[in-house]
Design a protein around this ligand. Structure first.
Ligand SMILES: [Fe+2]
Length: 217
C-alpha cells in the first residue's frame, strides 16, 4: 500500500473512532451517526490509489487547515497528511453567474459511488469552502450528516440561517434545501451520505428558480 493510501486509511480510522465517540443531545443525529457507523462496518476495497490532487480548490487547503487547527477535533491531526491526496472535485455544472464556485468549493469523496473506496450505499468525505464564499441553496435525495471540523460559517436549512461553530453536527434530511456561507474563515467539514439514493448528485435551487422564472409566459 502506498504511503498516501495509508494516510487516508488512518484518517478513515480516526473518523470512525470520532463517530463512535459521538454522544449528541439530538436524537436524530445520534440515530444518523449509528446508521453511518453500521454502513462503515465493512469498508469497500480500494479500487484506485489516492494521488496528489490537482483540483483548484487545493489552493485553499492551507486556509482550511488553519481553520481546523484553531478548533478542536479528535481527528484534525490525521487530516494534514492526507488532505492533498484526496480526490477533490466540484461536480456541479459550471455557472456563468458564479464562475468562481468551481475553485472555491470542493468535495473530497473518500467512500462513494465514484470514490477510490467504491460504495453505492454510503458516502464519506470532506467539504472545503474558501473564505467569503456562498455555497448556494441546493438539495439532494441522500440524507446528509455534516460535522464541522473548522471554520465558523452560516448554515441555512429550510430558510433558517444560523452560525454553526466547529464541533457541531448538522443534519440535512432527504431533499431539504440548504446552503452554507463562509466569512473570514474557510470551512472544513466532514460529510456522510446515507438513505435510499446516494448516487443522485446535488442540484442548485437558485438556478432552478431562475429557470422556472424564464419559463413563465
Ligand atoms: Fe448537502
Amino acid at each position: 500500500m502506498t504511503a498516501h493510501n495509508k494516510d487516508v486509511f488512518s484518517l478513515i480510522d480516526r473518523i470512525i473512532a470520532h463517530y463512535r465517540n459521538t454522544v449528541s443531545g439530538d436524537e436524530e443525529i445520534r440515530k444518523e451517526t449509528a446508521r453511518v457507523l453500521s454502513l462503515l462496518e465493512h469498508l469497500p476495497s480500494l479500487s484506485e490509489d489516492f494521488n496528489e490532487s490537482r483540483h483548484p480548490v487545493v489552493a485553499h487547503v492551507d486556509e482550511a487547515l488553519t481553520s481546523a487547527e484553531h478548533a478542536y477535533s479528535d481527528f484534525t491531526a490525521a487530516i494534514r497528511p492526507a488532505i492533498r491526496y484526496l480526490p477533490w472535485k466540484y461536480n456541479y455544472a459550471p455557472r456563468k453567474d458564479k464562475p468562481s464556485l468551481g475553485s472555491t468549493i470542493g468535495f473530497a469523496e473518500i467512500i462513494g459511488p465514484e470514490a477510490p473506496l467504491r460504495s453505492d450505499k454510503v458516502c464519506l468525505g470532506l467539504t472545503l469552502i474558501a473564505p467569503d464564499t456562498l455555497y448556494p441553496l441546493h438539495h439532494h435525495p441522500a440524507v446528509e450528516l455534516y460535522y464541522v471540523i473548522g471554520g465558523n460559517a452560516v448554515w441555512t436549512k429550510k430558510g433558517i440561517a444560523r452560525l454553526v461553530p466547529p464541533g457541531e453536527y448538522v443534519l440535512h434530511e432527504s431533499n431539504v434545501i440548504h446552503s452554507m456561507e463562509t466569512g473570514s474563515e474557510a470551512l472544513l467539514a466532514l460529510y456522510a451520505w446515507t438513505g435510499d439514493d446516494v448516487i443522485t448528485i446535488s442540484v442548485y435551487d437558485d438556478i432552478a428558480a431562475e429557470e422556472k422564472e424564464k419559463e413563465k409566459p
